[in-house]
Design a binder for this molecule. Structure first.
Ligand code: ADP
Length: 260
C-alpha cells in the first residue's frame, strides 16, 4: 500500500508553534517593531521560552537591523526556510532577501502571498511563541493576516499623541472584527525623563493611551519612556533588553513580555 501523502509543506512551518502574538499599530513610526523585537527577546531571555519573530512589515522591514541578522536563509530539503537566530530568537524577514535601500513595492495579493511564505514556509520547529511584527495600519494585508493565521492575540502599540490614538482605536476595532483577542495596549514614548535634571516631560501628551484603553475595556501592558538609549541600541542592532537590561525602558519591555 502507498504511504499516506505527507502534509503539504506549507502546513509544516507552523505545526509546532503554540501561540502566535501580533504586535500591531494603527500608524507607522510609533515604535511597533522596537516593541516586537524587545518583547520577543525578553520572552526568550527572561522567561526562557522558545521564540520566533516574523517581520510582516514587508514594505519597510526593520527587524534585520534591530536583530543584527542578514543574509539569505538556508533551506531545508523540503524547501522550508531555516530562520537565522540571534539573542535566542529565530527571525524571518523579507529584508533578508533584499538590498538595504531597495524599495519593496507589492500590491495586496502579492503582499499576502509573501506573508504566507514567511509564516508557513519557515521551519520554525517547536516554538512557545511566534511574535509577528505587523504592517502598520488597518488595510487588506492586516485583515487577511488576522483572518488566515491562528492568532492567539494582538497587542496595539501607540504613542500618546491624538492622531496615533485615533489610529490605535481603529487597529483595535479591526482585530475585534476579525475576532482576534486583544491582549492590551503599549504606551510608547509615554514620557521623557531628562537625564541631566530628572524633569519628566510628557512630550506626546499625557494619559491618552490609558483613556483609550479604558474606553475600549483594554489593559495598558506597559509604558515605555521616550529614551535615546532605545533608539541608539536599536540602531546598533542590540535590543535595549540586551544592551541595558537594568534600564527603565528595558523594565517596561520585560513587563510587557510578562503580560502577553
Ligand atoms: P514602527 O515599527 O512603529 O514604524 P519603530 O519601532 O521602527 O516604529 O520605531 C521608530 C523609531 O523610533 C526608531 O528609530 C526607533 O528606534 C525609535 N523608537 C521607538 N521606540 C522608542 C522609545 N521608546 N524611545 C526612543 N526611541 C524610540
Amino acid at each position: 500500500t502507498q504511504a499516506a501523502a505527507p502534509a503539504p509543506a506549507k502546513r509544516l512551518g507552523l505545526a509546532g508553534v503554540r501561540h502566535i502574538v501580533a504586535i500591531a499599530s494603527g500608524k507607522g513610526g510609533v515604535g511597533k517593531s522596537t516593541v516586537a523585537a524587545n518583547v520577543a527577546v525578553a520572552l526568550a531571555t527572561r522567561l526562557g521560552l522558545s521564540v520566533g519573530l516574523v517581520d510582516a512589515d514587508i514594505h519597510g522591514p526593520s527587524l534585520p537591523t534591530l536583530m543584527s541578522l542578514e543574509g539569505e536563509p538556508l533551506a531545508t530539503p523540503d524547501g522550508l526556510m531555516v530562520p537565522p537566530e540571534n539573542y535566542n530568537v529565530k527571525m524571518i524577514s523579507m529584508g533578508l532577501f533584499t538590498e538595504d535601500d531597495a524599495p519593496i513595492i507589492w500590491r495586496g495579493p502579492m503582499a499576502t502571498k509573501a506573508l504566507d511564505k514567511l509564516m508557513l514556509g519557515t521551519d520554525w520547529g517547536r516554538l512557545d511563541v511566534l511574535v509577528i511584527d505587523m504592517p502598520p495600519g488597518t488595510g487588506d494585508t492586516q485583515i487577511t493576516l488576522g483572518q488566515r493565521m491562528p492568532l492567539s492575540g494582538a497587542v496595539i502599540v501607540s504613542t500618546p499623541q491624538d492622531i496615533a490614538l485615533l489610529d490605535a482605536r481603529r487597529g483595535a476595532q479591526m482585530f475585534r472584527r476579525v475576532r482576534v483577542p486583544l491582549l492590551g495596549l503599549v504606551d510608547n514614548m509615554s514620557h521623557h525623563s531628562c537625564p541631566a535634571c530628572g524633569h519628566v516631560e510628557p512630550i506626546f501628551g499625557q494619559g491618552g493611551v490609558q483613556r483609550v484603553a479604558e474606553e475600549m475595556g483594554l489593559e495598558v501592558l506597559g509604558q515605555v519612556p521616550l529614551d535615546s538609549a532605545v533608539r541608539k541600541h536599536s540602531d546598533e542592532g542590540v535590543p535595549v533588553v540586551v544592551a541595558a537590561p537594568e534600564s527603565k525602558s528595558a523594565a517596561a519591555y520585560f513587563q510587557i513580555a510578562g503580560r502577553v
